[in-house]
Design a protein around this ligand. Structure first.
Ligand SMILES: C[S@@+](CC[C@H](N)C(=O)[O-])C[C@H]1O[C@@H](n2cnc3c(N)ncnc32)[C@H](O)[C@@H]1O
Length: 212
């Protein structure tokens, strides 16, 4: 079934209306897979990076970014509900965070970030056309020397997330999608344990943009 941006927005708004963040399958208290790669990217940079968390939802990654001293943070999501939960949880700690409600495939960034982070959003883009739009946004939001972390269900992971079909990822699949402008620096897999104890295999990849 073809989902429009409005269909997707409704789906995700319902999720955040009906569930607490800690009741969603993707909940993590400490997003270690992401933080390992963020620290790796930071070791290459002379100052704390500007970071965008794409499809941030209610992710506690934001809390960790604030805790390690990152001040320039943007959290983007198609649904306001997850972002609202993060804003409420963080209180004053989140006062510098820029909150953006948009479909990433329709968004026009007004600046370029040092680090783009996406956990479990790109894997929902099962149509070529949507992936091309995502890549267009990613390119507009980064520059040569920017780092990109993309993670989603691995090839041995589930075929659905939140009741929606996903395209499972391997480093080779992502390399092809990212194209020659991005060089893969690292890849790893993580077994995520859902709040009800199920195992989900995730693929993580870290890229650096090497071409304009
Ligand atoms: C599986 S959740 C992951 C949330 C968060 N990244 C995490 O790891 O906790 C997917 C998130 O992506 C958002 N999302 C889905 N499709 C999107 C799109 N096209 N543009 C922006 N956000 C999207 C959803 O609203 C949801 O918050």
């Amino acid at each position: 079934m073809l989902m429009t941006t409005n269909d997707k927005k409704t789906h995700w708004q319902n999720v955040y209306n009906e569930k607490k963040p800690e009741e969603t399958s993707w909940f993590q208290e400490f997003p270690m897979g992401s933080l390992d790669y963020i620290q790796k990217a930071m070791s290459e940079l002379s100052e704390p990076p500007s970071v965008i968390d794409v499809g941030s939802g209610a992710s506690q990654l934001l809390d960790s970014l604030v805790a390690i001293g990152i001040k320039r943070i943007t959290a983007l999501d198609i649904a306001a509900g997850g972002l609202r939960a993060s804003k409420a949880r963080l209180g004053e700690l989140g006062e510098n965070i820029k909150w953006v409600v948009s479909d990433v495939t329709q968004w026009h960034p007004d600046k370029q970030y040092d680090l783009w982070h996406d956990r479990a959003v790109y894997h929902f883009l099962t149509r070529d056309e949507d992936r091309q739009k995502y890549m267009k946004t990613l390119k507009a939001a980064t520059r040569r020397g920017s780092f990109v972390i993309i993670s989603g269900f691995a090839i041995d992971g589930p075929i659905e997330c939140s009741g929606l079909p996903v395209r499972r990822l391997t480093p080779a699949i992502l390399d092809k999608d990212m194209g020659p402008a991005f060089e893969r620096l690292a890849e790893s897999k993580e077994t995520h344990i859902t709040p009800w104890g199920a195992e989900q295999s995730f693929q993580y990849c870290l890229y650096e943009r090497v071409e304009r």
